[in-house]
Design a protein around this ligand. Structure first.
Ligand SMILES: [Zn+2]
Length: 250
């Protein structure tokens, strides 16, 4: 490890060790969405030393984004989030790669956008994208971390194929649209908390530091506060991971 890199990570290697730090350096993570969640997750992963981070978002920075992110400022208004994020995060760790992609993840392009990554992080705000990510990850046996926030409440779970439930085991494609932040509102601290949880789940998946949050949905609510884990059961009739699918579909 170069002197600069050694110094850079000198406050986390006493905890996680050099081997886990090296594992982070070798890892490739795709962050889908560069809004409130994605800008925090991308920043935490790059700063933790993840070697390749792709940030995917087709939207431009708007004034209404600024309260929930430390990534953007007024000078970035109207510029592509993926571009701004990759520019800022690409200048932190020497030798790593931050790749901004101005795209919307959909069934038509998911293979091109997400193939080859070790972990996918859902930082989107819509169920259509999450179903696409879920299906891709089940088919390709890629672990992924779900996240959602509204008002002061957040949810996260970590999925990995192999006898475990998938996102569709919960929703069975019936949930098309969730409440939107435009109508219900959202507060930055709840976003940052879920994003921190998601980034830690990615670190656990890559390094084996401890068991990721498989088979459970974390629910946090900051005004009470609530911090609880809800069981997720695998559904044998699930359209994505169920036992009745042809073998080549799973
Ligand atoms: Zn399923």
């Amino acid at each position: 490890m170069e002197i600069e890199t050694f110094d850079l990570f000198s406050r986390q290697t006493p905890f996680i060790g050099m081997d886990r730090q090296a594992a982070l350096t070798q890892a490739k993570v795709a962050v889908v969405g560069a809004g409130g969640l994605g800008s925090h997750v991308g920043s935490l992963l790059v700063r933790a030393g993840v070697g390749v981070v792709r940030i995917i978002d087709r939207d431009m920075v708007e004034y209404s984004n600024l309260p929930r992110t430390a990534m953007y400022d007024r000078s970035n208004i109207g510029k592509a989030k993926a571009f701004v994020a990759s520019q800022k995060l690409g200048n932190i760790v020497s030798g790593n790669r931050v790749d901004g992609m101005i795209e919307n993840v959909a069934a038509s392009n998911v293979k091109d956008v997400l193939a080859g990554f070790d972990v996918i992080v859902d930082c989107t705000d819509n169920m259509d994208s999450r179903y696409v990510i879920n299906k891709f990850c089940v088919r390709n046996k890629v672990p992924w971390v779900y996240g959602a926030v509204l008002r002061d409440e957040g949810f996260s779970s970590t999925f990995r194929a192999g006898g475990r439930p998938c996102l569709n085991c919960i929703y069975r494609m019936k949930t098309k649209e969730t409440e939107k932040t435009e109508n219900a509102g959202v507060l930055g601290p709840a976003v940052a908390m879920v994003a921190s949880w998601q980034a830690m789940e990615v670190i656990k998946l890559i390094t084996g530091l401890s068991e990721p949050n498989f088979g459970k949905m974390l629910r946090i609510k900051l005004d009470k506060p609530v911090f609880e884990f809800l069981e997720i059961n695998k559904q044998e009739e699930c359209e994505i991971c169920g036992k009745n699918l042809p073998k080549n579909m799973v």
